[in-house]
Ligand binder design. Structure first.
Ligand code: T5A
Length: 207
C-alpha cells in the first residue's frame, strides 16, 4: 500500500497529542510501517527552529520571520524525512503541518493567505496531506485544558481574539476541502473523540 500522509490539527489543548498516540496505535496494529513526527520540528535542524519559535522569551520575533522559520523547518522536514518515508511506502503521521500556518500566521497574525500560498508552493511543490484530522473545540475550553498541563509557550500566550481567528481559519479550510479535512468534535469526552477517530481510520483502510 503506498505511504499515506496524515496530519493532525487543532487549537491549543485540542487533544492532538492524545489523539495522535491513539491513531499511531491503530495504524501500527494494522501492520503498516509508520513514521510519527511533528511540526515545527521533526528533524535535528527543525527541532532547533522549534525552540526559537516556542520560546516565550523571544518577544522580538517579527511575524514574517516567524512565517519563514515555519517554512524553513518544513523544508528540512519534507526533504529529510517526509518525502523519503512516503517514497518507501511508509505512512507519515504528523502533528501539525501547513494548515497550522494558515491558521496561526494567517488567521492569528494576519499575514495574507496569498503570501503563505507562495511559500507553500515553493516548499511543498504540490505535496499535500492525504488526510487531515481537525480537532475542533471552543477556544476557552482548549486553553483551560492546555493551561492545566504546562506553562504556556509563545503561541499559547496569545490572546483569545488571536485564538478565535485561528479557529475560524481552520474551519474555513475544512469547509473548502471536506474530502481531505475531517472535523472531529474534541469538546466531547475523550472516549467519544477516540471513537470518531476509529470510524475515520476504518474508512481510510477501506479506500
Ligand atoms: N504553529 C505550528 C504555528 O503557529 N504555525 C505552524 O505552521 C505550526 C506547524 C506548536 C505550536 O506551534 C504553532 C502552533 C502551536 O502553538 P504544539 O506542541 O504542536 O506546538 O501545539 P499545542 O497545541 O501546544 O499542542 P499541545 O501538545 O500543547 O496540545 P494538544 O496536543 O492539542 O493537547 P493534549 O493532547 O496535550 O491535551 C491537552 C490536555 O487535555 C486533555 C489531555 O489529557 C491533556 O491534559 N484532553 C482532554 N480532556 C477532556 N476531554 C478530552 N476529549 C480531552 N482530550 C485531551
Amino acid at each position: 500500500m503506498p505511504g499515506k500522509f496524515i496530519t493532525l490539527e487543532g487549537g491549543e489543548g485540542a487533544g492532538k497529542t492524545t489523539c495522535l498516540m491513539h491513531l499511531e496505535k491503530l495504524i501500527r496494529q494494522s501492520g503498516i510501517d509508520l513514521c510519527v513526527t511533528r511540526e515545527p520540528g521533526g528533524t535535528r535542524t527543525g527541532e532547533k527552529i522549534r525552540e526559537i519559535l516556542l520560546d516565550r522569551g523571544n518577544i522580538d520575533i517579527l511575524d514574517e520571520t516567524e512565517l519563514m522559520l515555519m517554512f524553513a523547518a518544513r523544508s528540512q522536514h519534507l526533504n529529510e524525512l517526509i518525502r523519503p518515508a512516503l517514497a518507501a511506502d511508509t505512512w507519515v503521521l504528523c502533528d501539525r503541518f501547513t494548515d497550522a500556518t494558515y491558521a496561526y500566521q494567517g488567521g492569528g497574525r494576519g499575514i495574507s493567505q496569498e503570501r503563505i500560498a507562495e511559500l507553500e508552493q515553493w516548499v511543498q511543490q504540490g505535496l499535500q496531506p492525504d488526510l487531515t484530522l481537525l480537532l475542533d473545540l471552543p477556544v476557552e475550553v482548549g486553553l483551560q485544558r492546555a493551561g492545566q498541563r504546562s506553562t504556556p509557550d509563545r503561541f499559547e500566550s496569545e490572546n483569545i481574539a488571536f485564538m478565535q481567528r485561528m479557529r475560524s481559519t481552520y474551519l474555513d479550510i475544512a469547509a473548502r476541502e471536506p474530502d481531505r479535512v475531517k472535523i472531529i468534535d474534541s469538546s466531547q469526552p475523550l472516549e467519544n473523540v477516540l471513537l470518531q477517530i476509529d470510524h475515520i481510520f476504518t474508512d481510510v483502510l477501506a479506500e
